[in-house]
Write a protein that binds this ligand. Structure first.
Ligand code: CP
Ligand code: NVA
Length: 302
């Protein structure tokens, strides 16, 4: 296992399967009420520059249920928000805690943290990637479909941080990925190149109907990510044809599973009937954040 998880590319296929297997095992044990004290006396610092529901709660519960502790730190409440450097913050935090999970605007902040920390740093979402989300998505796909290889994964909407991690996840696990996005909203070029280097079969197109054809998985995310609020009106206009709705679903395989990392904006990137409908796996996907992150914490902290 690597020492940090900043990008999904920090993990090999074997690491991913190992995390998913551990996560499934922990999920099953939790359902039977079995507890663990594997991370007793260990502390995770959770540093947030942006809002969060799932990431914050699932990491905190993960630490609690493994016998450890988590500290929530909004950057505004610590000296980082008053100009203390990222490097000094990382060095000081490393003297107290056993790992740092951070949600940041700029991916470079995570790199700076990891260069200066002497404990593992975990990406809890940056402008570039959301690796923990994709670990949860992979667990959900494996639970629903029983495999990865050969599945058609179609992303409809913004080529954003979650899409970038999905490209890497598909490349690492042998799923074919089509991204349908408006022109100008394509995923990061370097990520696409990296995913192709890893063997990814990727098409980036602008026709959502074509992308949805024969899809095993349809996935999307908000049209306006945190940090993009200034572009709200333009984005709402540009993304209008890129909605997951019942018409789009008809193009896909009958047993298509619908993913959304949440929070969802019903009526924008996805309609209420789809996100709340029989093909939706979104709440299992959200729950799986807890199980994969427990597995990840055990690997990084053991
Ligand atoms: N999917 C996800 O990361 O959700 P939060 O922003 O609520 O953490
Ligand atoms: N793309 C979204 C994901 C939120 C979990 C954002 O960055 O705001």
């Amino acid at each position: 296992m690597p020492s940090h998880l900043l990008s999904l590319t920090d993990l090999s296929y074997a690491d991913i399967i190992n995390i998913l297997d551990t996560a499934s095992d922990l999920k099953e044990k939790r359902a039977r009420g079995k507890t663990s004290s594997a991370l007793k006396a260990r502390t995770l610092a959770m540093l947030f520059e942006k809002s969060s529901t799932r990431t914050r709660i699932s990491f905190e519960v993960a630490m609690t249920e493994l016998g450890g502790n988590a500290i929530y730190l909004n950057y505004k409440d610590i000296q980082l928000g008053r100009g203390e450097s990222v490097a000094d913050t990382a060095r000081v935090m490393s003297r107290y805690v056993n790992a740092i999970m951070a949600r940041v605007y700029k991916h470079e902040t995570l790199i700076e943290l990891s260069k200066n920390a002497t404990v593992p740093v975990i990406n809890g979402l940056s402008d570039l990637e959301h690796p923990c989300q994709l670990l949860a998505d992979l667990l959900t796909i494996r639970e629903y479909k029983g495999k990865f290889k050969g599945l058609n994964y179609s992303w409809i909407g913004d080529g954003n941080n979650v899409c970038n991690s999905a490209l890497l996840a598909c490349a690492l696990t042998g799923m074919k990925m089509i991204v349908a996005c408006p022109e100008g909203y394509e995923p990061d070029n370097e990520i696409v190149d990296k995913a192709k280097e890893l063997g990814g079969i990727i098409s980036i197109i602008h026709d959502p109907m074509k992308a949805a054809k024969k899809a095993d998985i349809l996935s999307t995310d908000v049209w306006v990510s945190m940090g993009d609020e200034d572009e709200y009106d333009r984005r709402l206009r540009d993304f209008k044809p890129y909605q997951i709705n019942s018409k789009l679903l008809e193009q896909a395989k009958h047993d298509v599973m619908v993913l959304h990392c949440l929070p969802a904006h019903r009526g924008e990137e996805i309609t209420a009937d789809v996100v709340d409908g029989p093909n939706s796996a979104v709440f299992d996907q959200a729950e799986n954040r807890l199980h994969v992150q427990k597995a990840l914490l055990l690997k990084l902290l053991s």
